[in-house]
Design a protein around this ligand. Structure first.
Ligand code: FES
Length: 156
């Protein structure tokens, strides 16, 4: 076996070991959202936008497009951990095609934790960050509805 092949084998085995450790702590659905995040992008000129810094110092942004009081597009970006990616992915997925009030009622940290089958205690704040970011984007939408010109002054 060449040195390159040795190195490749080592890297592959290390990756498998890491994934095994992750599987002990997180449900399959968390790992799926983390590895295949849904709605991980920005939207230009969103109807609702928010950027929230979590208790850990990481930030999350959410972008909402509305049509007839229904969320037709909900996306996010984050510089946070893998769990924050999974939480943002699930939160935006839940909000998709929901009315303003449905999304507000549905996307709580408790709901994210329930759908994920729980998270380690140290990661609960990641679900709170996703929920808070979505709620603030919804609040921003309401604010912009009352004063539409103001959305052109915000930084997205
Ligand atoms: Fe900061 Fe998860 S969002 S650790």
């Amino acid at each position: 076996m060449s040195q390159d092949e040795d190195l490749e084998k080592f890297a592959r085995e290390l990756q498998e070991q890491i994934l095994e450790q992750i599987k002990k702590r997180y449900s399959e659905i968390v790992i799926d959202h983390w590895q295949n995040p849904r709605n991980f992008r920005k939207i230009g000129n969103p109807d609702g936008y928010s950027k929230v810094k979590g208790s850990c110092g990481d930030t999350m942004e959410m972008f909402i497009k509305m049509k007839d009081e229904t969320i037709i597009e909900c996306c996010f970006q984050t510089d946070g951990c893998g769990t924050s990616i999974a939480c943002g992915s699930l939160a935006t997925d839940i909000a998709q095609n929901k009315s303003f009030t449905q999304a507000l009622a549905l996307v709580s940290a408790d709901e994210i934790l329930k759908r994920f089958g729980g998270l380690p205690e140290a990661d609960v704040h990641c679900a709170q960050l996703a929920s808070e970011t979505l709620r603030r984007a919804l609040a921003d939408y309401l604010y912009n509805k009352r004063a539409p010109w103001k959305k052109y002054y915000r930084k997205t």
